[in-house]
Design a protein around this ligand. Structure first.
Ligand code: PLP
Length: 358
């Protein structure tokens, strides 16, 4: 990875305000303890909690990039991440090229002399595709650029990208890391030098988490392992059941052998996660009907918590795209995303069964 340009980390540098404890600097005792836990979970030198997943993404990219730099990014990204890369970065003189991450050579073809960051999300929200890290990782190492991975869907229980030699890992901690749908937070993990740059951006851009969110997130993390293990098991069972339902055209879950990236997931993941997507034969009309009938699955855009949620990306994360563009990203009509919670799996399947009855 290229050494970062001269540090803007005046606040935390020796002789700066680093010894001053202040929540906006992210250095309160509770935050320090949480950072150590998160770093241990991801196998990182260092970790930092920010005000949201988007806060983590934006401050990380602001820390790694300068005007005149270039980013190669997977085209399959959470909607607001994509908008930051596509709309905000160019206004700062930073170019971005989007590629199809399943095309192994696409990363290399998009490289320029001024490329500084490769960016991807895996598993992808909401298509559930799994991106093979190897081509991007090999290129990042060879060219000395940073490979940044948004690992929100996987959690460090199922997948630790740093073990596969990514440089920086991002999370929307609003989701699994907290796990109770009551916190907005983001996490970045990586080398100490990078995290200190992100911390400086966080302080200046006002992206530090509220101290109560830090405390709640620390509480949520205590049950991360048991929650994710159960969500892995329930989601797999629902995916297997859904594969045999005639009104469901396709099931997208990396744990199914029929999934296009099953072999990649099997090689990289310890579990396949609590997220899955289904495509209904009846299209958007059927999707709307099923959503209105579901009782245990709440219709809401978030994910990764103790309660099961259902969402229609056409109204949430990918609402800015037209139906053709959504279909090209693996979100055709009749697509529903399910976030499996901790309810009894038989009850969840019964709920889906009654909602799907025509
Ligand atoms: N990354 C992924 C994969 C997400 O799904 C989300 C939100 O859904 C984010 C980042 C942004 O997280 P937040 O809403 O905490 O800002």
């Amino acid at each position: 990875m290229t050494p970062l340009s001269p540090s803007v980390n005046y606040m935390m540098s020796p002789g700066g305000n680093g010894d001053v404890k202040y929540a906006r600097y992210g250095n309160t005792p509770t935050a320090d303890a949480l950072h150590r836990r998160l770093a241990a979970l991801e196998g990182a030198d260092s970790a930092l909690v920010l005000s949201s997943g988007m806060g983590a993404t934006t401050c990380t990219l602001l820390a790694l990039l300068r005007a005149g730099d270039h980013v190669v990014a997977s085209a399959w990204l959470y909607g607001d991440t994509r908008r930051f890369l596509e709309i905000e970065l160019p206004t700062m003189g930073i170019d971005v090229t989007f590629i199809d991450p399943t095309e192994t050579r696409a990363w290399r073809r998009a490289m320029r002399l001024n490329t500084r960051v490769l960016f991807l999300e895996s598993p992808v929200n909401p298509s559930m595709r799994v991106v093979d890290l190897r081509p991007a990782r090999m290129l990042a190492q060879e060219q000395g650029v940073a490979l940044v991975v948004d690992s929100t869907f996987a959690t460090p229980i199922n997948y630790r990208p740093l073990e596969h030699r990514a440089d920086v890992v991002l999370h929307s901690a609003t989701k699994y890391l907290n796990g109770h749908h009551d916190v907005l937070a983001g996490v970045v993990c990586g080398a100490e030098s990078v995290i200190e740059e992100v911390r400086a951006k966080m302080a200046i851009w006002g992206q530090a988490p509220d101290p109560f969110a830090v405390w709640l997130l620390e509480r949520g993390l205590k049950t991360l392992d048991v929650r994710v293990q159960r969500q892995n098991a329930s989601a797999l069972q629902i995916a297997q059941w859904a594969s045999g339902v005639s009104s469901i055209r396709a099931v997208h879950y990396p744990g199914l052998p029929s999934h296009p990236d099953h072999e990649i997931a099997r090689a990289m993941f310890d579990g396949y996660g609590g997220m899955l997507a289904i495509e209904l034969t009846g299209g958007d009309e059927a999707a709307a009907r099923v959503v209105s009938r579901l009782a245990l699955f709440t219709h809401a855009p978030s994910l990764g918590g103790v309660e099961s949620l259902v969402s229609e990306p056409r109204y949430t994360s990918h609402r800015q795209l037209d139906s053709e563009a959504r279909a090209a990203m693996g979100i055709p009509s009749g697509f529903l995303r399910l976030s499996v919670g901790l309810e009894g799996v038989d009850d969840l399947i019964a709920d889906l069964t009654q909602a799907l009855e025509s």
